[in-house]
Design a protein around this ligand. Structure first.
Ligand code: ACO
Length: 312
């Protein structure tokens, strides 16, 4: 089946932590409103000198150190981001240079909003199948604060900055099932930060909520149908962290409450970084063990979604 073994993870957060109380300095809001509507209690925002590239490099270095993989074993670097420092050069190529990786490998950024990390995993697997190398460095990194309108309370309180990285190794024996989808809809929009930074994020929150609460169960059920599995066969479900109420609605539909990991309270929505940040937290706590079956689901602007079920 040629799946992906998870060798190691890493994460990096900016130095500024803003509580919900801190957000009320920018807009009329409250801890009660933000916490009650979303589960978010704080978020990290980049300070001077920090951005999606610096975070990606820091997270990638940690994952590489822990993986035991030699630089020559890395067969591609794929970075998921919608708020990169530059459109060109890609964040992936800058990470590649900072880590001293070999020249003869592909590096590229993937833009699929909050589903981006799982698109990046899919692309990385395809690249490894093509070039015969063993390992992939896959990163989700965001400086969402660079695309937020800090006077719009309907968006600025929801997002945070951060990066997560994972090193995977292609493995003949491991199972790998994936699904992706798109419903072309501009319900979430943000400007191209590398060019103008002039179009801040806008979002039809209620439309996105309805989409997300329906798409997570669909995505998980599609993975189960494709892989011939049920919730009983799964150890963990790692969803994009956008809103605790979206996760709870999905749990009510799917069951398996104790298999869903949540950390939105501490990071807010870090878009493409949220899934690898969860993986790294789980790894640090010793929750992820070799051979476990993990389902991951991402959804976001596009509107896009993606699911991956793999034995780590
Ligand atoms: N603080 C206080 N009041 C607020 C705030 C705020 N930060 N934001 C909005 N309000 C007000 C509104 O103005 C409105 O007031 P009104 O009734 O006087 O008009 C009231 O709160 C209710 O607003 P709603 O939009 O109806 O609130 P809702 O319960 O739908 O919650 C939310 C909004 C949290 C955005 C919710 O719709 C949601 O989570 N949607 C999903 C968003 C999401 O998951 N986005 C990520 C997608 S991933 C990606 O790709 C980026």
């Amino acid at each position: 089946m040629k799946g992906l073994k998870l060798l190691a993870t890493g994460r990096a957060l900016p130095s500024q932590v803003l509580s919900n109380e801190d957000m009320s300095r920018f807009v009329e809001t409250s801890d009660e409103w933000i916490g009650g509507r979303t589960g978010i209690r704080q978020r990290y925002f980049c300070a001077e000198g920090e951005n999606a590239t610096t975070l990606a490099i820091a997270a990638a270095k940690r994952a590489m150190e822990r993986s035991g993989a030699a630089p020559e074993e890395i067969g591609c670097v794929v970075v998921a981001t919608s708020s990169g420092e530059y459109v060109m050069p890609s964040t992936a190529s800058t990470v590649h240079g900072a880590l001293g990786l070999p020249e003869d490998i592909p590096t590229l950024d993937v833009g699929a909003a909050c589903a981006g990390f799982l698109y990046a995993v899919e692309v990385a697997r395809g690249l490894l199948l093509g070039n015969g190398k063993r390992c992939a460095l896959v990163i989700g990194t965001e400086q969402m604060s660079s695309v937020l309108d800090m006077t719009d309370r309907t968006t600025c309180v929801l997002f945070g900055d951060g990066a997560g990285a994972a090193v995977f190794a292609l493995d003949e024996e491991r199972e790998y099932v994936s699904v992706q989808g798109t419903r072309s809809d501009p319900a979430i929009r943000s400007g191209c930060p590398g060019i103008t930074r002039q179009v801040p994020m806008t979002m039809d929150g209620q439309a996105v909520f309805r989409f997300a609460a329906a798409i997570i169960p669909k995505c998980v059920q599609d993975l189960f149908a494709k892989g011939g599995k049920t919730m009983d066969d799964v150890d963990w479900v790692v969803c994009h962290q956008a809103n605790e109420r979206i996760l709870d609605a999905s749990i009510r539909r799917l069951g398996g409450k104790d298999k869903f990991y949540k950390n939105i309270d501490r990071y807010a929505n870090t878009s493409a970084a949220s899934i690898p940040i969860v993986l790294d937290e789980m790894n640090e706590q010793g929750l992820l063990k070799e051979g476990q079956r993990v389902v991951m689901v991402g959804f976001g602007g596009g509107l896009t979604w993606a699911g991956v079920m793999l034995c780590i």
